[in-house]
Ligand binder design. Structure first.
Ligand code: HEC
Ligand code: HEC
Ligand code: HEC
Ligand code: HEC
Ligand code: HEC
Ligand code: HEC
Ligand code: HEC
Ligand code: HEC
Length: 353
């Protein structure tokens, strides 16, 4: 008896669940009656025609496949619906502690405190809200190559608004590598962050003068990914050992960081004639306002990333080797002296007895 009632409850529950999804898809179906038509348009006050076609296939592949139209378009409560429909508020579901299973974490708070969130709060209509970066019906799961925030698509997503920067970046060594499918190279968000982007003059910014060395070194340091590409992995260590690095460590903002010599959005390899570190351009790069105005070709022919332990460093290598030999011989001499002295003292002591 008990078992029968249990299975009856299960059955009832199942039917209710089916009814639930049926009425949901009925609601979807009602909307799609009009919105699956390719020729449904609205005309904006400017005279521009905007398509109101909704692609079910895209919605079905999206992260929101299990949502219905009115989960997002909450202000549409009756049909036919009014003409002024409000912008979708993603935060209706995306908040910490939400009951619908939208990802948790501190990303929402971060956005509110980011340069973009603050600009939106100030009323800057040019600054991005969630759907400007993530899309509308095409918010794909993060691991999908179609996601607007998948690593390889980030430059275009940000570049929609930051067009000049996008152009410089796309032509750079990093941009070129990413467009060739090399996801080890950085996109905008690797240097700037995502929801936590702040202005570059903000001391907490990952691209603020004093923090930039660490940001580049994530990849160009000894444990970094750049070593896979035949690029020397000691760039950060050799830079920090140099005068520039030490002065920066002491807090001087005026001294060079990686970007002062390499640029940031337009970084090119040494061999490229347009590169700031191409031997022909070095005098100009080092002679930047306030750096070394007296910079000449000979002054700047010295190497920047110098590892005295490598034979490639020429004279420095031999000087460093020389010092090693000198130190060793001085130490050896000293030991010999002490040894002789001890023997002498021992002999004298024996004679006294
Ligand atoms: C009878 C046809 C019809 C049905 C059914 C219908 N719509 Fe619409 N919808 C329209 C038309 C026509 C417009 C354009 C109105 C205008 O000219 O601004 C529109 C506009 C919209 C807009 C865009 C508003 C804007 O300004 O960008 C949204 C969002 C929308 N509909 C959602 C829905 C949803 C959700 C449903 C189902 C609950 C639905 N519609 C059902 C005809 C329909
Ligand atoms: C995950 C939330 C979400 C779901 C689910 C969703 N939409 Fe939308 N829809 C949006 C967003 C975001 C926009 C962009 C405009 C905005 O920001 O409000 C949009 C725009 C639209 C527009 C206007 C097209 C345009 O380009 O301006 C129509 C029409 C529309 N949706 C209909 C539908 C219909 C019909 C369904 C169900 C089949 C649906 N939406 C499901 C989020 C959603
Ligand atoms: C400036 C562009 C931008 C804006 C604005 C933005 N995001 Fe994101 N969002 C990203 C990027 C980039 C990622 C990271 C993707 C990754 O980690 O690969 C991301 C990741 C996410 C994730 C997945 C995080 C996870 O851990 O699963 C969610 C959810 C998300 N964003 C929601 C939102 C919401 C909600 C808003 C609005 C409050 C918003 N985003 C605003 C760019 C943006
Ligand atoms: C009705 C509630 C609801 C609304 C409104 C909503 N989302 Fe979501 N969103 C979810 C849920 C639930 C998930 C988790 C889906 C899953 O994991 O199956 C999700 C997942 C996501 C993801 C993560 C995908 C991933 O792979 O980790 C992003 C990004 C996202 N939403 C962005 C948005 C944006 C942008 C908007 C506004 C246009 C929005 N959401 C509106 C409920 C919502
Ligand atoms: C290799 C690291 C790196 C990458 C990749 C990168 N940036 Fe930057 N970005 C920087 C640095 C460093 C600065 C600050 C330079 C300064 O102090 O003047 C900066 C400054 C900025 C600024 C503020 C200054 C201005 O000119 O308005 C914006 C906006 C910006 N970047 C957007 C982007 C976008 C969009 C992308 C992707 C297309 C991108 N960045 C890729 C390192 C990077
Ligand atoms: C919808 C347009 C839009 C999109 C998309 C967008 N931004 Fe912005 N961004 C802005 C606006 C507007 C500002 C504020 C500009 C100002 O006031 O100087 C801004 C500011 C910034 C700043 C601070 C500039 C400074 O003074 O240092 C950075 C860095 C930045 N964005 C990077 C990005 C990155 C990285 C992405 C992609 C993940 C992105 N943006 C996507 C519009 C956009
Ligand atoms: C996310 C990892 C990452 C970050 C962050 C990064 N890089 Fe790179 N960088 C790479 C990779 C990978 C390559 C190799 C690309 C290729 O050749 O395919 C590269 C190439 C270079 C090259 C060209 C080397 C050559 O011989 O072709 C220079 C110069 C460079 N990066 C400087 C910088 C500077 C300066 C910064 C900080 C402003 C920086 N990188 C930040 C990963 C990174
Ligand atoms: C004072 C100017 C200066 C500073 C600061 C500087 N570099 Fe360099 N960098 C150069 C010059 C000049 C070269 C080419 C000669 C060489 O390899 O020493 C170079 C070479 C490189 C290369 C190899 C590029 C190629 O095409 O082979 C990488 C990668 C690199 N630097 C990364 C960095 C990183 C990361 C930082 C910050 C930690 C940094 N550099 C700081 C001037 C500088």
């Amino acid at each position: 008896m008990e078992r029968a009632s249990a299975s009856f409850t299960t059955l009832l529950f199942g039917v209710l669940l089916l009814l639930g999804t049926a009425s949901d898809s009925l609601a979807m179906e009602k909307c799609l009656l009009c919105h699956r038509k390719h020729d449904l348009f609205k005309t904006e006050s400017t005279g521009r025609k905007v398509s109101l076609f909704v692609d079910e296939e895209i919605l079905g592949r999206s992260a929101h496949a299990s949502r219905v139209c009115t989960d997002c378009h909450v202000d549409i409560v009756a049909l036919p619906h009014s003409k002024d429909v409000k912008k979708v508020n993603c935060r209706r579901c995306h908040y910490v502690g939400n009951p619908v299973g939208a990802p948790e974490g501190d990303l929402y708070d971060q956005y509110e405190h980011s340069v973009h969130g603050l600009e939106v709060a100030k009323g800057n209509s040019e600054a991005p809200i969630c759907q400007d970066c993530h899309g509308d019906h095409n918010v794909m799961p993060l691991d999908s190559a179609d996601s607007k925030v998948a690593k390889q698509n980030v430059p275009q997503t940000c570049g929609k608004c930051h067009m000049e920067i996008y152009a410089a970046y796309a032509a750079s060594t990093h941009g070129h590598a990413v467009s060739q499918g090399n996801l080890d190279a950085p996109v905008c968000s690797d240097c700037h962050g995502e929801h936590n982007i702040v202005r570059h003059e903000d001391p907490s910014s990952s691209v603020y003068g004093l923090n930039l060395t660490a940001t580049c070194s994530d990849c160009h340091g000894p444990l970094g990914v750049a070593s896979k590409y035949g690029i020397k992995a000691d760039r950060a260590a050799t830079f920090e050992d140099s005068f520039h690095g030490v002065a920066q460590e002491m807090g001087s903002r005026v001294v060079a960081n990686c970007a002062s010599c390499h640029g940031f959005h337009d970084i090119l390899p040494e061999a490229d004639p347009k590169s700031r570190i191409n031997p022909d351009n070095i005098p100009k790069t080092c002679g930047q306002v306030g750096c070394h105005p007296e910079a000449t070709a000979t002054f700047t022919s010295g190497q920047i990333h110098v590892d005295p332990h490598s034979e490639e460093s020429g004279i420095l290598y031999y000087i460093s080797k020389g010092f090693l030999i000198l130190t060793a011989s001085v130490l050896a001499g000293l030991m010999l002296f002490i040894l002789l002295d001890l023997t002498k003292r021992a002999r004298m002591a024996r004679r006294k007895r």
